[in-house]
Design a binder for this molecule. Structure first.
Ligand code: ADP
Ligand code: MG
Length: 443
């Protein structure tokens, strides 16, 4: 029997044993290359096939062939040339980037690159701006200010700029820092009398990436340092990139001059991905995680998970784990089951608690604060907004809403709603903030 025939016959037996869908996915793409001295060489499309088969069906192929041939068989895998070369190239690049990042003490995730970033309507503008900045840092948009909700790719884009510059400009001094870390460094420098060193560190970079800038709210010494850092870098035509969960005009307690620095270059927002982009992202991640998701499963997930990309990733990881655990292929039924907790029930009404939680996160307050009797301005306004949004988004009566805000009466709720409505009509920034909050509660 020639090799092709042997393989052909063994295929149908394998299909019987593991079921058609897994077979189609993992076994059918394999090609037999050579059978020599009881060793069979198989060509697989990429290394994932080899790993997957060895993990889940380590004896499947050998047992069936041994049964047919009547002697022991060992397997050897060869990865199809093209993919192997491509994978090697990508891995080598990643490894070398990792080394360079580590040796220069830059805390960037080497995997967050432009190549891995899927763009669609929701993030195209931000992505294009980020690419332009990576190509000609300090020349086009300075600073570049990227804002958007949680898990929408801000850190990814910031890192992509850093990684791209690290790859293309060896002598560039890149610094990535979260605003929390920056704050800590400022505090510590002040305490230990080391502000000169801090200045030296931050004012001599070619590219400064500051993530989640909203945390500098209320921190005056940090804002001061940041202001001078940005000024110095700007004057030297060094690139600054900033990310935030909200636009500059909504970052409340920062000095006006810092806010105006943030707005001096280009402001780009990232919106939650629309359906087509979600489909593309799931496809890409499914490839990377080697889940081999079928079209109907991809569409199902894309239709159900609408909030953000981090959540999409979480879903895929769970699905992958479930499939690995049960050894069954991922189909829509499995997806439905596994993703129960992720899927927002469209019919499920929004609650005042949910609104309170979002508002507290946004303003950096505790739920007890809002429910307490305090009337300071920092609390009174968020509380009024909570009442207003509850009135808009829930079916609760005025009394219910008052109760859920810590036992306020219905007149208080009416008053709050009126206040917020008036302010929305008059104050464009305030109105923008309410719209941001609405989107956060009801994506
Ligand atoms: P943020 O900083 O806005 O909260 P991240 O940048 O941490 O969000 O993104 C969350 C996760 O989603 C990351 O793993 C990131 O790689 C991924 N991600 C976000 N947007 C995209 C995209 N457009 N394409 C591919 N992956 C994305
Ligand atoms: Mg982030």
């Amino acid at each position: 029997m020639i090799l092709e025939e042997i393989w052909e016959k063994s295929l149908s037996k394998m299909e019987e044993k593991i079921g058609t869908s897994i077979f189609e996915l993992w076994i059918k793409p394999i090609r037999p290359l050579q059978l020599k001295e009881q060793q069979l060489t198989l060509e697989v499309p990429n290394r994932f096939f080899k790993e997957w088969i060895e993990d889940y069906y380590p004896t499947l192929i050998t047992e069936i062939l041994e049964g047919m041939l009547g002697h022991a068989v060992t397997l050897k895998y060869r990865i199809a040339e093209k993919q192997a070369a491509e994978i090697k190239r990508i891995e080598a690049k990643l490894e070398s980037r990792k080394t360079r990042l580590a040796s220069r003490g830059i805390y960037l995730n080497p995997k967050y690159t432009f190549e891995n970033f899927i763009s669609g309507q929701s993030n195209q503008f931000a992505q294009a701006a980020a690419k332009a900045v990576a190509e000609t840092p300090g020349k086009v948009y300075n600073p570049l200010f990227i804002y958007g909700g949680v898990g929408l790719g801000k850190t990814h884009l910031l890192s992509a700029i850093g990684n791209s510059v690290i790859d293309s400009k060896q002598d560039f001094n890149v610094l990535y820092v979260s605003s929390e870390q920056f704050t800590n460094e400022v505090v510590s420098a002040v305490r230990h009398g080391k502000t000169e060193e801090l200045k030296k560190k931050y004012r001599n970079v070619d590219l400064l990436l500051i993530d989640d800038i909203q945390f500098v709210e209320n921190k005056m010494a940090t804002q001061e340092e940041l202001f001078y850092t940005i000024n110095t870098l700007y004057e030297k035509q060094k690139q600054i990139v900033i990310s935030s969960d909200r636009p500059p005009k909504e970052i409340k307690t920062i000095t006006d001059r810092l806010r105006s620095r943030f707005s001096m270059g280009l402001i780009a927002d990232i919106q939650p991905p629309e359906y087509e982009t979600r489909v593309a992202i799931i496809h890409k991640k499914s490839d990377i995680e080697r889940l081999g998701l079928k079209e109907d499963v991809v569409n199902f997930i894309a239709a159900k998970i609408k909030t953000n990309v981090r959540e999409l990733e979480g879903c895929l990881i769970r699905l992958g784990a479930q499939a690995a655990l049960t050894g069954s292929p991922i189909d829509v039924e499995m997806a439905k089951n596994v993703l129960k907790d992720f899927i927002q029930d469209e019919e499920k009404p929004i609650t005042s608690e949910q609104i309170l939680k979002t508002i507290c996160e946004y303003f950096g307050l505790k739920i007890q604060d809002i429910k307490a009797r305090k009337r300071t301005k920092e609390i009174a306004q968020p509380r009024q907004i909570a009442m207003y949004l509850s009135r808009q988004l829930t079916n609760g009566s005025l009394n219910d809403i008052g109760k859920s805000m810590g036992g306020k009466d219905h007149a208080t709720v009416i008053y709050a709603c009126k206040q917020v409505e008036d302010k929305r009509a008059k104050d464009e920034n305030f109105n923008g903030m309410i719209e941001t909050l609405l989107r956060k509660i009801k994506p």
